[in-house]
Every structure is written in structure tokens, then in C-alpha cells.
Write a protein that binds this ligand. Sequence first.
Ligand code: M6R
Length: 619
Amino acid sequence: MCGIVGYVGKNQALPILLDGLKRLEYRGYDSAGFALFSKGNFEIKRNAGPVQGLVDASLECGKTETQGIAHTRWATHGAPNETNAHPHRAGDIVLVHNGIIENYSEIKTMLSREGVKFSSQTDTEVFAQLIEFRRREIAKKSEGATAETILLNAMKQAMTEVEGHYAIVLMSQSIPGKIFGIQNGAPLVVSNLKTGALIASDLQAIVPYHNEVCFLPKGEIFVADETGVKLTSASNKGLSFEKIDWTADKVEKAGFESFMLKEIFQQPLVVADTLTGRLPVDQKSSFIWDHQKAHEVLWKNVKRLYLIACGTSSHAAMAAKYFFERWARLDCQIDIASEFRYRSPVFEPGTVVGVISQSGETADTLAALRLANQAGVSTFSICNVPNSTIARESGFQYPTKAGPEIGVASTKAFTSQLTILCALALDVARLRGLQDGKESVQASFTGLARLPQDLDQVLSQSETFMKMGETLKDQRIILFVGRGTMYPIALEGALKFKELTYLPAEGFAAGELKHGPIAYIDPKVTVITLAPKDEWYSKTISNLEEIRARGGHIITIGTEGDEEAKRLSNEFIGLPQSSWGTQPILSVIPLQLLAYGCAKALGRNIDKPRNLAKSVTVE
Ligand code: M6R
């Protein structure tokens, strides 16, 4: 969702700010803006629409200015227009903001009574006006105090009044050469460059400049100048910087027509990276985790597992339920985070809560994690962004190594999540002494080891999948069906399809077809059926017969050489036969590419589908 960039130093600020905004576009936004500190005042530009519009409107700006803040806004309060775009000016200060101010309406009423006039509908302007109002009040009572002390006191005072999770970054007209900000639950990453200080809401805007970063702690006010970033808290905690192995080339398209296509093709590599150093020498030995002892204690004592996530990540959780139940005989309950956080989940001794999130910043998933942490149960996370809030707040982590995922529609993060979950469930079965005699366990060990190779083989048919996708653009609705581990993959196929094409698409358990969705079937309806040669195969084949009998158009994703499924389908995609645990990972690839091909034929914005945000940091 919204993105923040700030720079103060010796270099020209505007190119750094605009480059940062472009790198944050993937988060989803509908307007953008910047403010430069210029000749004792602010030069502010805002634009509804793409960052490129802002770039085009700024050709004559920022030739000499070395200090500025910038923002991409995903509208929450007020329409996505220029007036509501950030930065917002309030008297002496100019401010950008991520997150939501929950009590903005009360504060606005209070400030209006005091004569403050507002020019936008945003909660952000309310925050800016509140700081300015307090700054003026404090200044009257603090003769002799510096402008900086007065501003910092005003920010502290505003923090006590404002409710919500947020990050703000601001400049004051009275304090040249400095940028200030607060991290209060929405991430801010900073880096001290040789030429100054860089601040952003997201690693992507920083890594092209420096790979040593610090995620600011929650509840802290910072000040940045050309010498770097400092916290202002009384405890004066030093910042700890760490090296990130994300490099600039990892956030480029590398010759692909879109980030999403690049990310689809990266899947063999990132799955290999996710498994590197973790696979055991043999089935009797442990997988290798970063915190081996804690991992073993946790899983030897587990009685119930909750896996919580949103969107695509929740489909990974659903597939994992099959693994944990079958291999580890563990009660595994799945919930989407936005429901879990408001239910009354039962936390008993032995309950473990695992949260799954690509971004590690999803507001609902974070709230679910906090609920579990408060209840005192053990928690872990499967996250893709190192040091994200969810990663930091979970008991321990099983990181995926998919690298930066820029396409809003998740692909490589999903396959990496499934890979980790498959490995984890196999290891938990070993720890619980339950591996023996299960054919699917042995096969899935082998399946994991050869997964990158199998994924390569599936991707070699990418052109065919995309062409097939093109043919779906005139269908009335696309249904995705599967049984067992293919059911969550069907849901994921439908989600990818609707996200990218904006066409109606629904996923079902194949066995549910006859309980309602079969009413959809006619020749303008395509049913994409996941029918690998697994234990549910014959049942899924019966479903194919039922769809065929009603004239539905059938695309089957099955196993290479399956003549029976081919005969029953209008089109057939044969995949290599993998294992029970890894087949779902192979089967989602054609679904990603079908959606891609169809969206391309419809001229959709593939990397940034309308209305969606990469990182959903508000409820
Ligand atoms: O970053 P997270 O994995 O927590 O995000 C969860 C969902 O918002 C995300 O998977 C969303 O459904 C994607 N757009 C899927 O492509």
C-alpha cells in the first residue's frame, strides 16, 4: 500500500526520491507526490495517477535541492485525487504518512473548534495539523528552546493523542537540513549512505543504494541529517544496522516483459534457494533449521497447530493442512487472519500458531500473530521479507528465500511457502516418530530434492499455457476444481485468474460441484480441473464426466501420458508425475501462466492489477 521515501544529504534529492517511488509502485497506489526543501521553503508536487505523471511534471524541479520526502498513496480516507495526495502541508511542516489514524475524526473536530482549516479529506492532514497545532502551543510556552526541541516535543505530544499503527516522515521549514519521523507500527527502514541518510517504508527503495539497513523500532522518533539517522528517545538507543542480501539486480525485470513473468520463471531457482542447506542426508535425519533446538522442543510438544494467513498465503496454509494431518497426525486448523483475529480461538497448552506472509506486513496476519503472542502460545512465521514486522514478532522463523517479489500477484513466494511447509511437515512427522511406512513420505523427500528440475520441465511448456490462457478471455466464468491437495491449488488458480484478468473465476473442491456450482456449466464456461494421478484421481475423473455431460469446456491439468483424462477434456496439460507433497507445487505453475496469458490478451496491467496492493498494511 502507501510508500514513503526520504533523503537528506549532499546529493540531488529528487532523482533519489523519484527512483524510490518507482521502486515502491509495486505496493499499489493511486497518487504520488514529493516535497523538496527549497530556498527556505517547500516545493510540493502531487499527482493523481502513475508516478510517471509526477516525473513528467517535475522536469524543471529539484536541480539543486538535497533534501526531500516523497510518497505513493493508496486511498483510504478521501478520493484518490491530487488534493488528497501526500505530502500534506500544515503551517511550518510538510508530512507524508503510511497507515491509518483511527481517531482522526475526533482530532479533526477538536482542531476545527480551534480554528484549524483543512484542505483535504485525509487522516494524514489531520496528523500534520495536530503536530503543527501542538508545535505552536509549545513554542509559546518554551521561550529560548530551539525549533528542533519544540518540534520533537510536539511530535511526542501528538503521538500520545493519535491512535493507530502508522509511520510518518516530515520536514520543518524552520529546521533546514533535517528530516524527522515516527515509526509506530508501520515499517520504516533507514540506511546511512556516504552522502547522507535514506529513509523508506520498504527495502526495495533502499537496496539499490546500500545493503546495510536498519528497521526502525516501534514507538521511536528519529531525526536524519547528512551524517545519518539517530533516534531521539531518552534511552538514546543506538541503531543496529545489518547487511541484506537483496541487491539492486534482484529488483529489476532482467529482460522480462513484466516482474510477474520474471518471478514465475525464477521459481526453480528460488525453490532451490529455499531448500539449500536444509535438506537432510536421509529420511531418518533432521532437516536443518536456523534454530534447531527450539524447533525440536516446539514440535515434540505440539498438540494443535493453527496456520493463519491471508490470500495466496492462506492457500499455502490449506495445502499444508493435508501434509501435517497425514504425515504428522497433527490437528491442524487453518484460518484466514481477518476472521481469526476477531474469533475466540482456543489456545491450550501445546497450541502452536504459525503465520504465513510473503510481505511480513499484512495487517490482519500481524494482528492474529499478536493475539497468539498475547495468549502466551508458541508462534512461528513463514515470511519472505527478512526482518519484516511479522518475522520479528514471531517466536521463530522459517524464512522463504524467494527474494523480492514485485508483481502484486504472488507466484514465487507461494511456491516457496509450499516448499517450506512440505519440508516442515515431513520433519515434524520425524520428530513425532511417525514417518515409517508412509509411502508418500519417502516419495516426497525425493520429490523435494528434484523439485527445481521438475519445475524447469513444467516451465518449458510456458508458451503453451499462455496461449491457452488467451483463449479464455471470452468465457463467461472460469471454474477451478481439484480434490485433496489440489483443492487449495484450485482456489489459488481462481485467485490468480481474477486478480490478473478481472474476469469471474471461482475455485471449488471437485466433490462440491454437484452441490451447487454445477448449475454454472454450459459451453461458455471453462472448468480447469486439476487431476494428477493421485489417490483422488478416479473421483476427479467422474467429475470430468459430469462436466462433459453438461457441455462445459474442460481444461485438465493432469499427469503426462494420461490418455483417459485427455479423452475427456477439450484441452489437456500433462505435467511430470511428482510426489504427493510436491505435486501441488508443480500444478500451480500452469495456472499462473494461464492467468498471465489471458490478462495479457485483455491488455491488463499485469504487475499492478487495479485496486490491489502488494502489502496490505491496513485492515
Ligand atoms: O504478504 P502476504 O502474503 O501476507 O499477503 C497476503 C495477501 O494479501 C496476498 O497473498 C494477496 O492475496 C496477493 N495479491 C495474492 O496474489
